[in-house]
Design a protein around this ligand. Structure first.
Ligand SMILES: [Zn+2]
Length: 401
């Protein structure tokens, strides 16, 4: 009787180890190979595989980063994830263990502890190789950012002043231009796109651009933010078209890890106001400076995704609003900040926007115990930039919970 129970326990342990070994095997697989087996019809160029989205189609909207295994669809459909198992789950619409069975064939009957350990070691080695490749790529991108920042040194700032005035930030409202802004009169707007089945760098536009330094926690420049403008366009925005589709007028170059655009940074501050874009954040500074006082920094968070950091996936919920604390790439507030105010633009879909901001606030509160987080909406359906009239954040306080 006892021996049967022990046998059963032994069999159960072996079965569990066999499953774990199969998962390790799948995780260690190259994303390239798995994408090829899935016949996704992707083309590779400089570290990216691109092509039609396995969920929603198109031509080149689906992208896999071969360095870290992350993938996403530009249309924002559910085709996003990380690693070979996620890719199989998304493409074949399978649950986790079914995807493992699909990739692995029949699961092994049993494996020994040594075999399992050796598989884990193999996977760790593959992981290490990928991380090293990603780090090399990151260093190259930071070099590119420094190149742009250096080229923009010493350029006259009048065109940037004129552009900001078109966005309501006149010299009267903003007497001093932030030191983290520079100007380039003829900057190329370059993106990778698939042309005749090949991924290529395409110059879609050239023109004047406002260049902003993006600084990591130690103050070093790791990235630049570029805003192309056209002083004759509506709100100063240029029309950048690619195959008839209008493109955003902003691009970054470099590594954004934990970084921000430090627009206004007093010597001492314990409150940080952060909007997504430069214009929104400066508008908040103009409107709230008097109400909030001098010991307040105004930094732009670059993108909602960066302010949020990685969000935890919860079955049945597209946006959980809960931070994945294993991710260390999103924005990190300085450890001395006691109050963090996120400005919520009203011009985007409110529910995902709100979930992302809540995720970022929760992340900050976990990182800095005692920090107070707030999300201050800029008014329904209105970009804060359109609301230059002062409003007190205290009146619109919203508890992120
Ligand atoms: Zn898609």
């Amino acid at each position: 009787m006892t021996s049967t129970t022990t046998d059963r326990q032994q069999a159960e342990t072996e079965r569990r180890m066999a499953v774990e070994a199969a998962i390790e095997d799948c995780r260690a697989r190259s994303i390239r190979e798995v994408a090829a087996e899935l016949q996704l019809g992707l083309e590779e160029k400089s570290g990216w595989l691109s092509g039609p989205c396995p969920v929603c189609g198109g031509h080149d909207r689906f992208n896999i980063n071969t360095r870290d295994g992350g993938f996403f669809c530009r249309k924002g459909c559910e085709a996003r994830g990380s690693g070979p198992i996620d890719l199989v789950m998304v493409t074949l619409r399978l649950e986790f263990m079914d995807a493992v069975r699909e990739m692995h064939g029949d699961l092994p009957e049993k494996v020994t502890q040594e075999e399992l350990d050796s598989r884990r070691a193999q996977r760790a080695k593959a992981e290490e190789k990928r991380a090293a490749e990603a780090e090399r790529h990151r260093e190259k991108a930071i070099e590119g950012a420094h190149g742009i920042w250096t080229r923009a040194r010493g350029q006259g700032m009048q065109p940037v002043r004129d552009y900001l005035a078109l966005r309501g930030l006149t010299p009267e409202r903003l007497p001093e231009l932030p030191g983290c802004l520079r100007y380039l009169p003829d900057q190329a707007y370059v993106l990778k796109r698939v042309v005749d089945g090949r991924r290529e760098l395409v110059t879609m536009h050239r023109g004047p651009a406002m260049i902003a330094a993006i600084q990591g926690p130690d103050g070093r420049l790791t990235c630049v933010h570029q805003t192309w403008f056209d002083l004759s366009g509506p709100k100063g925005k240029p029309e950048i078209l690619w195959q008839g589709e209008r493109q955003r007028n902003k691009l970054t170059r470099g590594s954004q890890r934990r970084a921000a655009i430090r627009l206004i940074t007093p010597d001492r501050f314990d409150t940080l106001v952060m909007g997504e874009g430069i214009e929104t954040t400066l508008t908040a500074a103009v409107a709230w400076r008097e109400a909030l006082g001098p010991e307040v920094a105004y930094w732009a968070g670059i993108s909602l995704g960066h302010m949020a950091g990685k969000m935890r996936k919860i079955p049945g919920k597209r946006y959980s609003g809960l931070p994945d604390m294993a991710c260390e790439d999103g924005f990190y507030p300085p450890p001395w900040v006691r109050r963090l105010i996120f400005v919520m633009d009203g011009d985007s879909d409110p529910s995902p926007t709100r979930a992302k901001l809540e995720c970022g606030i929760r992340r900050a509160m976990r990182l800095t115990p005692g920090l107070r987080g707030q999300i201050v909406p800029a008014g329904e359906g209105v970009d804060l930039n359109d609301l230059i009239a002062p409003s007190s954040p205290a009146e619109t306080d919203t508890d992120p919970r």
